[in-house]
Ligand binder design. Structure first.
Ligand SMILES: NC(=O)c1ccc[n+]([C@@H]2O[C@H](COP(=O)([O-])OP(=O)(O)OC[C@H]3O[C@@H](n4cnc5c(N)ncnc54)[C@H](O)[C@@H]3O)[C@@H](O)[C@H]2O)c1
Length: 460
């Protein structure tokens, strides 16, 4: 207690900053911090860099970059010479001399694979202690990568405890993930793919966005936890892309093919391959092609004693998605289930490897009382097109299938929305409030629906 009062007295004795330009302090002068500090300074901001490593501080004080990156050496020398980038090891000096503190400390893996928040917590403690002595508004913006919930559950409480102030009221907190790639990070800073700011309050979000004024790319102002998640979505997708390409490469090489020539064709398809297609969360895939073709590719690899773990687990993951829905229904403890949709996707009557057929079969197997409505399948059943498939493969499902939507509506306590057909949407909208809807297709208005009790989105 005595020690903390002494620290506060020392902090509060520091002189206030001079001038009225927007100054930014950058905590943690590693790859992200050095590039952010130099690039922000080059854009006209006054930047104070802070690090616990005296060697890095000394390098920067002399205008040298402690990290190797294209253009960073020249840029650092220039902004230090111009007096736009100064450095200190004193966190209080940096906070009192700036309006925004950007935190770029490391977040390494902890034992067990979790994220270590050790450096984030100690820097928050230091910034919080300095905020206790600061009268003006200040924004703390976390640029470090952190798993969703870290800022609100761990860091804001540390900042509030150390400062004796309230986040979003007395000072602002933002999360502003960094999307640079080492090697081309200066270029990436100047040409961002996007800018994402998670904000505790509007004023802070505007101040942080304002630092990037004039830079291109789409901009998103979102809740803090969304900003945290964004970075993980990107990085896990990048990792998935690398491993996917490498598995294709391994298989091509085994088959005597040039994988780059193959991938040139893959990449040229910007409608279905390198595009937004197939990237919205929803129900499992199925149909006459995807499951069969993924299986055949894995089989081909196995014949050559080649392991393809990513592609092999695609089918495991798909199966998991069906299990998630079954588990959600079991957990509800209701027996009467109405299923809307049976074909593998809307607008077709094709039942081959339909995940909705698989779902219905599992529910029936578990003793649920199921009724199914699918207008296309019911029609083709009457007209004979799918009759053979229904009779031979899933005769028990054929008996539960109806073309009368009301019959399903009257039957169910829980409804599975497996299609967005307008008739189904209208039927779901007419349901009594005590009915439960499990949405596999993201029904129109899902943003509002998910806020209501009795609605369960499969991935939202
Ligand atoms: N390196 C990348 O390409 C990259 C890209 C995007 C995001 N990120 C994320 O950004 C964060 C930083 O990454 P990095 O590669 O720049 O880390 P880094 O390890 O290179 O640098 C971190 C710096 O923080 C300093 N530091 C630690 N505690 C401090 C404190 N209390 N006060 C001041 N400085 C302190 C360290 O001395 C070090 O210089 C991580 O969360 C990382 O996941 C990194």
């Amino acid at each position: 207690m005595v020690a903390s009062i002494r620290v506060m007295t020392v902090l509060c004795d520091l002189p206030p900053r001079q001038g009225d330009r927007l100054p930014v302090s950058v905590f943690g002068l590693g790859y992200v911090g050095c590039v952010s500090a130099a690039c922000l300074a080059a854009r006209g901001h006054f930047v104070i860099g802070v690090d616990v490593n005296p060697t890095k501080i000394e390098f920067l004080r002399q205008g040298q970059s402690p990290v190797v990156e294209e253009r960073i050496a020249e840029l650092t020398a220039e902004v230090v010479r111009a007096g736009r980038l100064t450095v200190t090891t004193d966190p209080a000096e940096a906070v009192l001399g700036s309006d925004i503190s950007m935190v770029c400390v490391g977040t390494p893996s902890a034992a067990g694979g979790g994220l270590s928040t050790r450096y984030l917590e100690s820097v928050s403690e230091e910034i919080g202690a300095a905020l206790a002595c600061k009268d003006g508004w200040h924004v703390v913006v976390f640029r470090s990568t952190m798993v969703p919930g870290t800022c609100e559950k761990i860091l804001i409480p540390v900042l509030e405890r150390a400062s004796g102030k309230r986040a979003g009221v007395d000072f602002g907190v933002c999360v502003n993930p960094e999307f640079l790639r080492e090697g081309t990070s200066v270029w990436d800073f100047e040409n961002p793919p996007k800018t994402v700011v998670g904000e505790s309050d509007e004023r802070s979000g505007s101040a942080v966005m304002g630092m990037y004024e004039g830079l291109g790319g789409p901009r998103f102002r979102v809740p803090i936890v969304v900003a945290e998640m964004t970075k993980y979505v990107d990085n896990s997708f990048h990792a998935l892309k690398v491993t996917f390409a490498n598995e294709i490469g391994a298989l091509c090489a085994t088959l005597g093919l040039d994988s780059h020539a193959v991938m040139d064709i893959f990449l040229a398809d910007t409608k279905l391959n390198v595009s937004a297609a197939y990237l919205r969360p929803g129900f499992a895939f199925g149909g006459s092609c995807l499951p069969k073709d993924v299986r055949a590719l894995i089989h081909t690899a196995r014949k050559h004693d080649l392991e393809l773990p990513v592609l092999t687990n695609v089918l495991v993951s798909n199966e998991m998605q069906i299990r998630r829905v079954v588990d959600s229904i079991v957990a509800l403890g209701k027996r009467k289930i109405g299923v809307f949709g049976l074909a593998f996707k809307s607008g077709t009557d094709d039942l081959r490897e339909s995940p909705l057929v698989e779902l219905a079969e599992r529910l029936i197997g578990k003793g649920f009382d199921v009724r199914i409505y699918d207008a296309n399948v019911a029609l083709s059943k009457l007209m004979g097109a799918n009759r053979a498939y229904l009779d031979e493969h899933v005769p028990h499902i054929g008996q539960l299938l109806t073309g009368e939507i009301d019959a399903v509506l009257e039957h169910g306590e829980v409804f599975v929305a497996g299609t967005k057909d307008p008739g189904v949407v209208t039927a779901i909208d007419s349901l009594r409030e005590d009915r439960i809807v499990i949405d596999l297709v993201r029904l129109p208005g899902a943003e509002e629906r998910r806020l209501k009790p009795g609605y369960i989105g499969i991935g939202w």
